[in-house]
Design a protein around this ligand. Structure first.
Ligand code: MSP
Length: 641
């Protein structure tokens, strides 16, 4: 293992809120990062957001916001999610960062100086969803295979990157570095693309059509194609060309993406690097897709799985464990809350949770929390030690091969073995019959738990550290290097061994909740509307923090330039300015004089330049948006309880 490790996730588009797919890739990167930390390797972990291009400009417009205000808002949703998922990223890059934009321009200049950019007229089939031109051959029944929409014919003069020049080099590089793209199936997919002549890549968009992008350094009438801009984040974040981080970490770069963006990462990016005179990355690690209801997640269908909601209901580590245990890296997986609950109850509450709990109870009960020393060893002790130490090697091999589910299965084999060891040695019998033997058994249980908790740390950092605190260890998590674990008995507890409440309580209600909501969605399906997932319960005290008031709208005016937003002056005993997305549902005249329910103590937010001090409540379904109001004229400012 080299002394440095650099791992990246894709930078996510800010046209959608984070969902389980984004969480999976980022948790995989986190697990890999922490695995290297356990080896004492110096690591750098990058994630961020991709903020330019058609798609983003269109999403901002739809929300009635300027692109800048819009990307700031959604990017923040991603940035603030990661600490809540215990993601250990070192840096969060945004493609609107000035330093990134400068690096893109620098690389464009380098590539142009190498003679790899030319200007040409072009007519092609363009898919707005993919933000790229398609060849006839790539279309399925004349439609984009991803978006199932017919591409538009666009004719315009543009700048092109001479990607075709690097085709032979790339084929050769892949053959000489068989794990450049892995798993194998994705390498083969790239090689099969490369069997056909590679076309040059259109890397500009005229500002007359799109101006939300990075201006080309050699023609200010154009912006850079969003993929040419986005891929460069992997080097701009390291301070390319002069940055110390670039020198240190680029040679060991590993990208993680799903299969949807194999082509830009497996073909465009290596060719861009080659042309700019930068060494290729080390590995591209490609995983499959999480599907829901046997298909893609979609906002329209309403089956988007939100990671925070799941982590809130079931616990973050349980969620992380499930994602890594249930997906074979490289293949697709079907997400279901039922499977998640099944894993929590079987693997976490039963196997691991019970093991930790009963082991620690015994150390407390029989030795007052102090670890005893072993005496004469028997075969079953040797057997447990050998398997526990072997686990470290097996785990390492699986982790290096990106077989995360197998690494976890190997840990669970030892968890099973340890549970069996406890059952057969029966310490509760030894407690009255053989104190020496009891000491040996408890010592072996402790050592095995130490190994298990350390190997689990990359996957479930919080739970692993909790176990290590209960084990009385001075070091925890990243502080226990894997190498130290190989010395059986080396790391001793420095404090009393204690027992805390159950690590993973069984989920009973979750199943009911799931069943109830799935029943409900079956009914809703008939109406062709699927509800968003229900939110987890909140205590009444939380609800009481909301200040709900009846207000009377004194004035309503559409905000100039916005397609959605109306500025309301609402009387709630005092005059409030509130912005609401009601255009198309109510006219200004209909709103004036109406009573509404207002959330009066929301933090102010600026929308299209207007500061909104509250939010009016409304329902939304296929028939449109409907305001809520009292069923009799009410004194403005009255509390809603
Ligand atoms: N902005 C580009 C990436 C530029 S990288 C230089 C982009 N963004 S994205 O928001 O669409 O993210 C795509 C990535 O999100 C996938 O490659 C994968 O990492 C993750 N996933 C999105 N949906 C997913 C699933 N349903 N399942 C698994 N991962 C998925 O493409």
């Amino acid at each position: 293992m080299s002394n440095q490790f650099y791992v990246t996730t894709p930078i996510y588009y800010v046209n959608a809120e984070p969902h389980i797919g984004h969480a999976y890739t980022t948790i995989v990167a986190d697990v890999m990062n922490r695995f290297h930390i356990l080896h004492g390797v110096k690591t750098f972990f990058l994630t961020g957001t991709d903020e330019h291009g058609d798609k983003i400009a269109a999403a901002a417009e739809k929300e009635g916001e300027t692109p800048k205000a819009y990307v700031d808002r959604i990017s923040e949703l991603f940035r603030s999610l990661w600490p809540k998922m215990n993601i250990s990223n070192d840096y969060f890059i945004r493609t609107t960062d000035p330093q990134h934009m400068e690096t893109v321009q620098l690389i464009l200049r380098q590539v142009k100086e190498n003679g790899d950019i030319y200007f040409s007229d072009y007519e092609g089939l363009y898919c707005v969803g993919c933000e790229r031109f398609y060849t006839e051959r790539e279309l399925v029944d004349g439609k984009c295979p991803d978006h199932l929409t017919e591409p538009k014919i666009i004719r315009e003069a543009n700048y092109f990157f001479r990607m075709s020049k690097y085709q032979e080099w790339l084929i050769d590089h892949i053959h000489r570095h068989p794990d450049f793209i892995r798993p194998e199936r994705y390498k083969n997919e790239v090689l099969s693309f490369l069997r056909e002549p590679l076309e040059d890549l259109c890397i500009s968009r005229p500002k007359s059509r799109l101006d939300w992008g990075i201006t080309l350094p050699f023609d200010e009438k154009y912006v850079t194609y969003v993929w040419f801009d986005a891929l460069i984040n992997y080097v701009s974040a390291l301070g390319y060309p002069e940055g110390e981080l670039f020198r240190e970490f680029w040679p060991c770069a590993q990208h993680i993406t799903a299969k949807d963006i194999l082509k830009p990462h497996g073909i465009y990016w290596p060719c861009m690097l080659k042309s700019a005179g930068i060494a290729p990355y080390q590995h591209l690690n490609v995983h499959g897709y999480w599907n829901v209801d046997a298909g893609k997640m979609s906002k329209t269908i309403g089956n988007v799985v939100r990671p925070l909601e799941l982590a809130d209901v079931y616990g973050l580590d349980a969620f992380r464990y499930f994602l890594l245990r249930d997906m074979v890296f490289g293949l697709d997986s079907e997400f279901s809350e039922e499977a998640l609950v099944g894993r929590i109850n079987a693997d976490l509450a039963n196997d691991l949770g019970n093991l930790v709990s009963r082991s620690l109870t015994m150390v407390q009960k029989y030795f007052k929390g102090e670890l005893p020393q072993p005496s004469t060893l028997e075969n079953e002790d040797d057997d447990l030690r050998i398997h526990s130490l072997e686990l470290i090697d097996r785990y390492e091999a699986f982790m290096k091969a990106l077989s995360f589910h197998k690494a976890l299965m190997a840990i669970w084999e030892v968890i099973g073995r340890l549970n069996k060891y406890i059952d057969t040695t029966a310490p509760w019998v030894l407690a009255t019959s053989d104190r020496d033997r009891l000491s040996t058994v408890i010592f072996h249980i402790f050592e095995t738990l130490k190994i298990i908790s350390t190997l689990l740390w990359p996957f479930m950092p919080e739970s692993a550290e909790k176990i290590q605190v209960q084990l009385g260890l001075a070091k925890k998590g990243r502080e226990i290097p894997l190498e130290d674990l190989r010395h059986w008995g080396k790391e001793k507890p420095v404090r009393a061994i204690t027992k805390a409440p159950a690590l993973f309580p069984r989920i009973e209600a979750g199943v009911e909740e799931w069943t109830a909501s799935s029943e409900k969605s079956k009914t809703e399906e008939k109406l062709k509307v699927k509800p968003d997932k229900h939110l987890p319960p909140v205590p009444f005290s939380e609800f009481q923090k909301l200040d709900l008031r009846i207000g009377t709208i004194n004035k309503a005016e559409v905000i100039p330039g916005s397609k959605k937003l109306i500025k309301l002056s609402v009387d709630i005993g005092e005059e409030r300015t509130v912005v609401a997305g009601l255009v198309g549902h109510y006219t200004e005249a209909e709103l004036t004089g109406k009573q509404v329910v207002l959330v009066a103590n929301l933090e102010p937010i600026k929308l299209m330049g207007v500061e909104s001090h509250g939010m009016v409540l409304a329902s939304e379904d296929e028939t449109g948006v409907h305001l809520l109001f009292p069923d009799a004229e009410t004194v403005p400012g009255s509390k809603v309880k």
